[in-house]
Design a protein around this ligand. Structure first.
Ligand code: KE4
Length: 428
């Protein structure tokens, strides 16, 4: 594959945008080389600036679950744009998408729209702190909830596991209120709660982790968190920015039949436009301004253009009884095909999958948390990434990301992908 124009465009971008990108993961730092510039996309395919066609397994990191430029979504945006794009005043369409989301997702009475997953998770934590009157939060190593200060925390030194900033600009004062736990380790969570009695406002978790590769919860883990939260007056916050409207209509709450206290959304809910949201039962959501004391706001929150895209997307998913099964079956087919050819080529690997989320790890052992994900052979992953890219298949440019399956993928696309894995794995 030739990437001359992408390279030239990247050189120009670097002069006026930090690192040439508006979000770091796009810069290919995790795999080397220069990022691909996309010209346009349709269905399961990206068309880059050098005229290459790539089968897309990122789909804008999740939103394009029905494929790029999905007609009903595009038409809804075009029609809405003709009537104005934002007013900073209430519009009927906000109520329409809110009613639809509340009807699709269990255990929520109200929803507040924002402009990103970061904003949704940041606001959810503030609401949890305001509602409980407690300051500390528990997050999990390897889980990503956006770039709000409270989340940019790595494991603290020593047994205290108090957070320490993993980015300059995050203060020690902020970090001390973030406790870091191990994903899939309920005893570790229990110990943290014991060591911080009556100080923890919420536990925030990706119910299926997608930011250290795809890591499903082990049996009983989410149920254990629910019990610990109930016993200690702690709110359970599900960050469903990735899993929401992807694993099922009702997301992970429906799939695992577990009730979270606050649920965060992003990606799919916006149909490719900037939308995040957080939702809960009335008792909690009524704590939000202008009803209650917890402040949260946004100029473009609920703007009609983004709402038009999101409403169209949610309607498509809500009206198609088979879409989540099709996504699940396509992902299982891909899993089986990739596993078969990697095994035939004696490549040590493990594949994690749930619903339409999947990740390939060049790991000796099962990947169940950040530590085991970090043991993956990153050099092998880099070669794998570039080999697949040259074969015309675009996967996540990082070993710590998930592949996102779109319903626009045909079984021919999946077979093409499996064949590419077979060819590439002979070079690893
Ligand atoms: P945004 O602020 O990027 O819309 O959402 C933050 C976020 C929150 N929660 C989860 C579970 C997420 O996965 C994300 C964002 N995901 C990354 C991909 N792993 C977005 C890609 C990027 O940062 O450019």
């Amino acid at each position: 594959m030739i990437y001359k124009r992408s390279s030239a465009l990247f050189a120009e971008a670097e002069k006026v945008i930090p690192g040439g990108v508006n979000s770091p993961v796009r810069a290919f730092k995790g795999v080397g080389g220069t990022p691909i510039f996309v010209k346009e996309a349709k269905g399961a395919y990206l068309y880059d600036e050098d005229g290459n066609r790539l089968i897309d397994y990122i789909n804008s990191w999740g939103p394009m679950i029905l494929g790029h430029a999905h007609e009903p979504v595009v038409n809804a945006v075009i029609e809405k744009a003709k009537k104005g794009t934002s007013f900073g005043m209430p519009t009927e369409i906000e109520t329409q998408i809110a009613e639809l989301a509340v009807s699709m997702v269990p255990n929520i009475d109200k929803i507040r729209f924002v402009n990103s997953g970061t904003e949704a998770c940041m606001s959810a934590v503030r609401l949890a702190r305001g509602f409980t009157g407690k300051d500390k939060i528990i997050k999990f190593a390897g889980c990503y909830h956006g770039h709000s200060d409270s989340f940019l925390i790595q494991a603290g030194s020593g047994a205290s596991t108090f957070g320490t900033p993993n980015s300059p600009g995050v203060t020690k004062g902020t970090a001390k209120d973030t406790l870091l736990a191990k994903y899939n380790d309920i005893e570790n969570v229990k110990a943290l709660i014991q060591a911080n009695k009556n100080e923890i406002a919420c536990i925030i978790i990706e119910p299926v982790a997608g930011n250290m590769g795809c890591i499903p919860p082990v049996n009983g883990f989410l149920e254990g968190l629910r019990e610990l939260c109930d016993a200690n007056n702690i709110l359970l916050v599900f960050d469903e920015v990735m899993t929401g409207f992807r694993l099922a209509k009702g997301g992970a709450q429906e799939l695992f039949n577990i009730n979270a206290d606050i649920v965060c959304f992003g990606k799919v809910i916006g149909g490719g436009l900037p939308v995040g949201a957080f939702a809960a039962r009335n008792e909690i959501m009524n704590y939000l301004a202008p009803l209650g004391p917890v402040y949260q706001a946004g100029t473009l929150s609920g703007n009609p253009l983004a709402m038009a895209a999101g409403l169209s997307m949610l309607n498509e998913l809500n009206n198609d009884a088979e879409v989540f099964n099709r996504l699940k079956e396509k992902t299982a087919y891909l899993h089986e095909g990739i596993a078969k050819v990697l095994t035939q080529n004696n490549i040590t690997h493990t594949i994690n999958r749930l619903g339409s989320m999947i990740s390939v790890h060049f790991d000796e052992e099962q990947v169940i948390d950040f530590d085991t994900a970090a043991k993956g052979n990153n050099e092998k992953f880099k070669k794998f990434f570039h080999g697949m890219l040259n074969a015309g298949v675009y996967i996540a440019p990082s070993a710590f990301e998930t592949w996102f399956i779109t319903d626009a993928l045909s079984y021919d696309d999946l077979d093409f992908t499996i064949s590419a894995v077979n060819t590439v794995s002979k070079t690893l």
